[in-house]
Design a protein around this ligand. Structure first.
Ligand code: NAP
Length: 316
């Protein structure tokens, strides 16, 4: 079985940035970029304009940014495998990394498999329906798009993300409706108060969205009152899920320490995980910031941490 100095799992901004740094440090990284639906390139592949990644004054399409990152990683010698990793064995050294068809040994490992924004199976909100045509799971990424300007926008959720996203959307929307399944917010009190005081925001308590309707883009939503069962239809320019994220850590089989939500724990200020020689970068270890640029930054840190580890252990 071939042995690598560094294997990277994940092909979002964190994985590709780690690969760029590691490849330039002559570590010849092998990167598993995933295969199953939506995996290759990570969350930016389902985003349109990215206007907050530095260096692109006119913005760049999410997929174009990821293709450019991949090309940059390959230019310096990264080898990319379009394959899911199905399991890893971190109890042995070198580690065993088992892809869907390729098995390799690795002296060091960077896990950068990201997180997946939770969505609800609402009629009309799925792929091939109004998903990315007015339905999104990231207001900060997509909210400034022209289709949302001066329209009534709806955010589902009652946590800090929902509040933050709703407040962000007030910059563009004619009105923002926060649709919550209960009548009490989970969000921190200070955030909740800020939201409820905002003149453009209206909470819709005890409500669930049951259907998304429109032509080319979202135009209307059907909502059901969860107590009375009453159904109403409202004009809408957009619908944003803000009901939390799921870190993509299941394939690790519990071999790395995680927090109560499944995010990998790293030693503060580093990318070191609970297993020496395994590093984590991007959203898999970041429940808070979750931005492309913070993921890229931690990818750089992970590559530098791996390089230092290999050199200390005389493995490079
Ligand atoms: P969260 O705190 O888990 O909140 C998720 C929200 O979505 C809850 O209100 C929940 O309703 C609702 N929800 C979940 N499943 C649902 C479903 N099937 N249908 C309808 N609603 C559903 O997640 P989050 O807001 O993403 O925050 C995650 C963590 O990041 C939290 O610790 C948060 O404090 C932190 N965060 C902090 C900031 C900040 O400080 N600036 C910003 C964002 C996030 P229920 O309330 O009824 O369960």
């Amino acid at each position: 079985m071939r042995k690598e100095k560094l294997v990277i799992i994940g092909s979002g901004p964190a994985g590709y940035t780690a690969a760029i740094y590691a490849a330039r440090a002559m570590l010849s990284p092998l990167l598993f970029e995933g295969f199953s639906s939506g995996a290759v390139g990570g969350q930016l592949m389902s985003t349109t304009d990215v206007e907050n990644f530095p260096g692109f004054p006119e913005g760049i399409l999410g997929p174009d940014l990821m293709i450019a990152c991949k090309q940059q990683a390959e230019r310096f010698g990264t080898q990319c495998l379009t394959e899911d990793v199905v399991k890893v064995d971190l109890s042995r050294r070198p580690f065993l990394i088992q892809g869907a068809s390729t098995g390799v040994l690795a002296e060091t490992l960077i896990v950068a498999t990201g997180a997946t924004a939770k969505r609800l199976p609402i009629e009309g909100a799925g792929d091939g329906e109004f998903w990315q045509k007015g339905v999104s799971a990231c207001a900060v990424c997509d909210g400034a798009a022209p289709i949302f300007r001066n329209k009534p926008l709806f955010v589902i959720g009652g946590g800090d993300s929902a509040v933050e996203e709703a407040l962000f959307l007030t910059r563009f929307a004619s009105r923002v409706y926060l649709v919550h399944r209960r009548e009490e917010l989970r969000a921190s009190r200070i955030m909740a108060e800020k939201l409820l005081k905002h003149p453009k925001v209206e909470p819709l308590w005890n409500r669930e969205v049951i259907r998304v309707l429109g032509g080319q883009f979202v135009e209307r939503l059907q909502l059901r009152h969860s107590l009375s069962g009453e159904i109403e239809e409202r004009e809408a320019g957009g619908l944003f899920f803000a009901i939390g994220h799921l870190p993509n850590s299941a394939f690790l089989g519990g071999q790395l320490k995680v927090d109560e939500r499944g995010y990998l724990l790293v030693q503060p200020g580093t990318t070191r995980t609970s297993v020496e020689g395994v590093f984590a970068a991007g959203d898999i270890q970041d429940p808070l910031y979750r931005q492309a640029v913070t993921a890229a930054g931690s990818g750089c840190m992970a590559a530098l941490d791996a390089e230092r580890f290999l050199s200390e252990k005389h493995l490079s």
